[in-house]
Design a protein around this ligand. Sequence first.
Ligand SMILES: Nc1ncnc2c1ncn2[C@@H]1O[C@H](COP(=O)(O)OP(=O)(O)O)[C@@H](O)[C@H]1O
Ligand SMILES: O=C(CO)[C@@H](O)[C@H](O)COP(=O)(O)O
Length: 522
Amino acid sequence: MPERPVVIGVDSSTQSTKAAVVDAETGALLAVGRAPHTVTGTGGARESDPEAWWAALGQAVAAALKEAAVPPAAVTAIAVAGQQHGLVTLDAAGRPLRPALLWNDTRSAPQATALTTALGGPRAWLARTGSVPVAAVTAAKWRWLRDHEPATAARTAAVRLPHDFLTERLCGEAVTDPGDASGTGWYATGANTAEPRQPATPEPARPAPHTENPAPGPAAPPTAYDRGILDLLGLDPAQLPAVAPTGGTRVGTLTRAAAEALGLPPGVAVAAGTGDNMAAAVGLGLGAGGLLDHPVVSLGTSGTVFAATRTRPASPGISGFAATDGTYLPLGCTLNCTLAIDRIAGLLDLDRESAVPGEGLVLLPYLDGERTPDLPHATGLLTGLTHATTAPALLGAAYEGAVFTVLRALDELLATCGLDPAEPAVRDRPLRLIGGGARGRAWTETVRRLSGRPLVVPAATELVALGAAALAAAAATGTDPVALAGRWGTGEGVTLDPVERDEETWTRIEKVLSQAAPTLLA
Ligand SMILES: Nc1ncnc2c1ncn2[C@@H]1O[C@H](COP(=O)(O)OP(=O)(O)O)[C@@H](O)[C@H]1O
Ligand SMILES: O=C(CO)[C@@H](O)[C@H](O)COP(=O)(O)O
């Protein structure tokens, strides 16, 4: 009897790689393999070796296949979702020239400011790309490299995002997708005017050529690198990957070398893949237009809020990203979420679940600077200490500071989309809570208390890897990945009832942040 087909979805995030082996028909998660990453750097620097991501992918896939006990011949497709924005620079042989500059590396903040000015200010960037550059975007990192390491920039034959780098290692094709491309700063999501989702291409498709105005016709996906911005950056489009129509597009099969490295047959289909937040949206079954019903809060190394929309909102504080199919995924991202809390719990020598409400304290845990609000040079701030302060309350105040920052970004996201966050019809809709932090009681309770909203916590722990698995299945069969994830039911979970919103704590933190922001800017 033939084996049931399985697909592999890979989540290559900041702290680790996770590979999910998934039954392609039912979406059942058969096993997850994990391998850690190393992030180096002090001050604002955050770097990782792309070769180590490739090695981690191999380890995670091997571990998952072993645990799932499925034969390699049952695997039909693989897709990678990766941490967004990272700058990977390659030589002509595809070897990294230096460690990747990660999304949370804030050294590129001055370059982001300079780029904003060079194009005519925030409004010009919003109109052309949907986002105003911050230190996170790849364009600012490339400019930083040219300013600080011109010899490396000059030797760069190819520029990739983390997921593009890994996809190319899998199938030998230089290709990205609209979602991850929209975080580069040189991709014009505006050119994709909320078209209906294109179904994944069932047949092997060559990646699209680099062109601003693709020829009409079904074989010509809407790519939209902004040539003017590339000129401003001194980047040649030939250094960049082609943009596939969606992350679920089949872009090739495993190369012989990749098949050997992963212990898989060479015929395994490779999907274009996407950024990790875009893949989480797929895993949740979120298609365009789900904004009011389905705002998402993700608690990982970054705290993110996003929603799938039909039109691209324009606000300097919110990134007007694309979903992997070229519709919109406006997103707010904070730099200090689970890792900051883990660090503070470690400093206090406390278990992370031993937090109690902050009671008069305010702790802004901006250990890495901050992105939303845009305070790249900020450090952490504590106010309200008294003789009565306890360590669990200090930890609780850190949770409150991190959650306040994420939820404030959510309010901004909703307002940017024309919704009033205080309207009962908006406020009473459940938040979908995902990411590693959604597993923790202290996180979920703090989000409930500061939002006053019901929460839906999906039962599936690895939404990014599951979203990538849906992209892989789409590449193998030509189905729509969002509809498929909906059928798989990967976004389903428990609903936690709302509790009364803690207005007092919210107002206290808001006041301290607004008073301290001018100092934190320095
Ligand atoms: N049971 C748990 N309770 C609270 N936090 C958790 C739990 N499990 C994992 N985490 C947090 O999740 C984080 C990793 O989340 P994840 O979404 O995998 O991050 P990333 O995708 O950025 O690598 C860790 O920093 C850890 O603090
Ligand atoms: O920069 C962003 C979003 O714009 C981050 O969300 C990165 O994509 C990193 O994700 P995690 O490692 O925290 O999942």
